[in-house]
Design a protein around this ligand. Structure first.
Ligand SMILES: NC(=O)c1ccc[n+]([C@@H]2O[C@H](COP(=O)([O-])OP(=O)(O)OC[C@H]3O[C@@H](n4cnc5c(N)ncnc54)[C@H](O)[C@@H]3O)[C@@H](O)[C@H]2O)c1
Length: 383
């Protein structure tokens, strides 16, 4: 039996708690902690847990019976808490974004390696059938090589979103929509295509006069293969129509699932390739559906990896790669120049301090509320 603890019992924590409860044969939730003890106690009663509440995560560090910790606290706290857990011999599942800097990611990865523990970073959208199937078709080059990738990480958030106490500052949230919303789609891009070698980006804050951070960024990418890509990260897009679109040599593959094949007529003009489309559709349909989606799917993977039965799908190294691309977008947009990957550890953007000294402050945070009554959360688009 794997003994579990959850640190931070705000909006996202119930996804973790409910997922652990799904696997009651494999694990038991023993402890929850939040700096606000009342929230920890509320999560115990709401989720009907037989667990202890505390207002200090160190009680979890000190409890030798805890094997696995989910960290669901604001981004700026992830590294400190994760490293303390790993050094105390616990496996860690940390919410996205992995940390506020690449330096912190490297310290977390080192702590996991030195203590022989597993470190996984939440990327729950990977655990859905449509993305798994798309990834496999891209790996198999079902429509040929990828020539162009288009990542539309379109979200919409009103002004009050940035009033939550830890949001809207570079110090505490770590960044704006590129880091905190597009992280899901940027993770998907690097998972499906690897990292680009060049990034050119611009960012702005066009509609949130109460936040230091960006509410839109656009990045152009070049991959080693010669393919180009583009990522739009936004919280000003009405309707939140999120998409991953891969233009390959012989056809387009995308999520939400869509497919279009072309062949050239004698004069080079396009003709729809119905044969290719039916072959690819068959390959898509013949793949298994995932057993569990979202956080439940990722937590199943983590529990199974701890038991030695599966490979961990989203490792610390994977979480770091996603943060490296996000950091390169911030570096390029802040400096107004092209940034090459991999980023060196002597680049100012490698550290949180260097990032804080280099990024633009669009506006000052104007309000700070402790909690919203509506504790709702959206974790994915409609795929
Ligand atoms: N995977 C997803 O789709 C998804 C969606 C939303 C949020 N998140 C991530 O989850 C994390 C939490 O976000 P949220 O929306 O639940 O925020 P939240 O503010 O609702 O909850 C965070 C909780 O952490 C507690 N906390 C803060 N510092 C702490 C500390 N040092 N020790 C113990 N508790 C502490 C707060 O009191 C609060 O209850 C963030 O990293 C966020 O980016 C992920």
């Amino acid at each position: 039996m794997i003994n579990v603890a959850v640190i931070g019992t705000g909006a996202i924590s119930s996804r973790h708690l409910q997922a652990y409860l799904t696997f009651a044969q494999e694990c038991t939730i023993k402890r929850v902690a939040d700096i606000d003890l009342a929230k920890a106690e509320k999560s115990i009663s709401e989720n009907q847990l037989d667990a202890m509440a505390s207002d200090d995560y160190k009680t979890i560090i000190e409890d030798r019976s805890i094997d696995l910790v989910s960290i669901c606290t604001p981004p700026s706290t992830h590294a400190e808490i994760a490293i303390a857990c790993l050094e105390a011999g616990k496996h860690v599942l940390v919410e996205k974004p992995m940390a506020a800097s690449l330096e912190d990611c490297d310290k977390m990865i080192a702590a996991a390696q030195e203590n022989g523990r597993l470190l996984s970073v939440v990327a729950q959208n990977r655990f859905q059938s449509s993305w798994m199937k798309l990834k496999k078709l891209l790996d198999e080059q079902a429509a040929g090589r990828v020539l162009h990738a288009q990542i539309n990480s379109y979200w919409w958030r009103g002004l009050s979103y940035y009033d939550l106490w830890w949001r809207g500052t570079w110090e505490s949230e770590g960044g704006g929509c590129t880091l905190n919303h597009a992280v899901h789609h940027i993770d998907a891009l690097q998972w499906m295509m690897g990292l680009p070698t060049e990034v050119h980006a611009m960012m702005s804050n066009v509609a949130h006069q109460n936040a230091e951070v960006e509410d839109i960024s656009m990045a152009l990418l070049r991959f080693e293969s010669g393919a180009l890509g583009q990522i739009t990260s936004s919280v000003v897009h009405h309707g939140q129509e999120q998409q991953l679109v891969f233009q390959c040599e012989r056809g387009k593959l995308s999520a939400p699932w869509d497919l279009y094949g072309s062949i050239a007529k004698e004069n080079g003009f396009p003709q729809r390739d119905a044969q290719l489309e039916s072959e690819i559709q068959e390959a898509y349909d013949s793949q298994d559906e995932v057993s569990y989606e979202g956080h439940t799917g990722q937590i199943e993977n983590v529990l199974s990896a701890i038991a030695g039965q599966s490979e961990l799908l989203v490792t610390g190294e994977e979480g770091r790669r996603t943060l490296e691309l996000i950091t390169a977008i911030y570096a390029s947009a802040s400096r107004g120049i092209r940034v090459d990957l991999p980023l060196d550890s002597d680049d100012p953007f490698y550290t949180k301090r260097g990032l804080l000294e280099s990024v633009p402050h669009f506006y000052e945070k104007s309000a700070s509320v402790k909690d919203f009554e509506a504790n709702e959360i959206t974790t994915k688009g409609n795929y």
